[in-house]
Design a protein around this ligand. Structure first.
Ligand SMILES: NC(=O)c1ccc[n+]([C@@H]2O[C@H](COP(=O)([O-])OP(=O)(O)OC[C@H]3O[C@@H](n4cnc5c(N)ncnc54)[C@H](OP(=O)(O)O)[C@@H]3O)[C@@H](O)[C@H]2O)c1
Length: 402
């Protein structure tokens, strides 16, 4: 509990923590009571200094609830939109209080008296504005946190390329691994030219029994401080129609490989007293996906493994995070046999994952995906959830695979 409290309140000025606690009180205690328990006739809400009563007060309590809930999240997770939003909302409160008091007092004295209760909030606007950098975390400083070398699996395309590029741009030397050597060679040349970092290429098939071993041998002379377990594949279609051997290989690639690499490389990180591990999971690790059943099961494995290791290894100063993308525009859909559908950009997804490393056990990329996982999927019963997921998957697959 002490550790958790330290984690929640470190790095933030005391007055910002106090504001966050107030917002948490409003979001979790006061607003639910105000909305669901308080009689409509007694309800009052003030927005921009205007007092609303009865029905309209009840309706306008919902945006208030949303505002306080978003603020708790924004403070806790240092969301960039808070840099503008926190001073803007404090300014709205200052203006509202001023207007309210000035009108209630009346006359010329009202203009002066209104200033007194508004001044602390003007101070808060000033403090938020002055500290807006807090919501724009500095460069990742990966080398200082984890050491010189990172190992990225599945670096030849998509999210893996983007992760490797951002890690190299931050100054870490990178070991790039995948099966397509030409892609890795081009990427290594780009990193050496643009970021002046050393690279190493390891060509390996990580679905083969000796794939992970080959990678480990190839990096045995390096101190790998950051491991990115990103290589993964989908293989979509009705379970009984799919090739059993390919399903098995998918499981080796998505589950066994990250397990073996993490287990081997975490030993050195523990000895050095620092390290980082990122696992690319998936939204599918939260939702059982009919017609993608083995893939979603494999990503549930990654999620459980990573989240559990986050708690196990943090005392050894090893950060673990599971990056959980939804649809992302990469080669994934084509390889999995899905029909093309829109998705997020790989570089945005990668950025989200690296930012979350050291902050939380897992991160879902994209707010709509977050809502899907944290609200919608918890409200629906399992049969309904799985049937909706099936209906959606059917739209993404050619008919012969249903
Ligand atoms: N794109 C999405 O919509 C999405 C959504 C959720 C999660 N994800 C996850 O994101 C990760 C990256 O996928 P992506 O979207 O970037 O797809 P991608 O563009 O297809 O990249 C997959 C990477 O994995 C490598 N790989 C595949 N099979 C391999 C094998 N047998 N041995 C070694 N490397 C192998 C590929 O390299 P080679 O082919 O050169 O070997 C490639 O670099 C995967 O774990 C995937 O499950 C993707």
């Amino acid at each position: 509990m002490r550790e958790w409290l330290f984690d929640v309140f470190r790095e933030r000025p005391w007055w910002m923590s106090a504001t966050m606690i107030f917002c948490a009180y409003m979001a979790f205690i006061y607003m639910p009571w105000d909305i669901f328990v308080k009689p409509v006739a007694e309800d009052q809400e003030v927005w921009f200094g205007i007092l609303f009563s009865g029905f309209w007060a009840k309706v306008l309590a919902f945006p208030h609830w949303f505002v306080y809930s978003a603020a708790v999240y924004g403070f806790r997770r240092r969301r960039p939109w808070m840099a503008f939003w926190a001073p803007a909302y404090a300014a709205q409160v200052a203006f509202g209080i001023y207007l309210w008091t000035a009108v209630a007092t009346g006359g010329f004295s009202g203009i002066i008296v209104g200033l007194f209760p508004a001044i602390p909030f003007v101070g808060l606007v000033y403090a938020f504005w002055n500290n807006r950098d807090y919501f724009d975390p500095k460069p990742l400083a990966l080398t200082a946190r984890f050491g010189e070398w990172a190992l990225v699996t599945g670096a030849s395309s998509g999210i893996g390329s983007a992760l490797a590029r951002q890690i190299a741009a931050d100054g870490m030397k990178v070991v790039l691994t995948a099966r397509r050597e030409d892609r890795l060679v081009a990427l290594a040349a780009e990193f050496e030219r643009d970021f002046e970092v050393e690279t190493r290429i390891v060509v390996a098939d990580l679905a083969e029994p000796d794939g992970s071993k080959r990678v480990l041998e190839a990096v045995s002379d390096l101190e790998i401080g950051l491991l990115v377990n990103n290589a993964g594949q989908g293989y979509a279609g009705r379970f009984d129609l799919l090739d059993g051997e390919r399903l098995r290989r998918q499981l080796v690639l998505n589950c066994e490989t990250p397990l073996v690499l993490t287990h081997a490389l975490v030993q050195g990180m523990r000895e050095r007293g620092r390290g980082g591990v990122l696992l690319t999971g998936s939204l599918a690790g939260h939702l059982p996906l009919p017609l993608h059943s083995v893939y979603s099961a494999s990503k549930a494995f990654d999620r459980f493994l990573g989240e559990a290791l986050w708690a196990e290894l943090r005392a050894s100063n090893i950060d673990v995070v599971v990056l959980e993308p939804g649809s992302t525009e990469t080669e994934f859909q084509e390889v999995a046999g899905e029909m093309a559908h829109p998705g997020h950009r790989a570089d945005e997804v990668a950025r989200r994952g690296l930012r979350a490393l050291g902050e939380q056990p897992s991160v879902v990329s994209g707010w709509s995906n977050w809502v899907l996982v944290n609200a919608v999927s918890r409200l629906l019963t399992r049969p309904i959830l799985v049937l909706i997921a099936r209906a959606r998957m059917i739209k993404q697959l050619p008919e012969e695979l249903h």
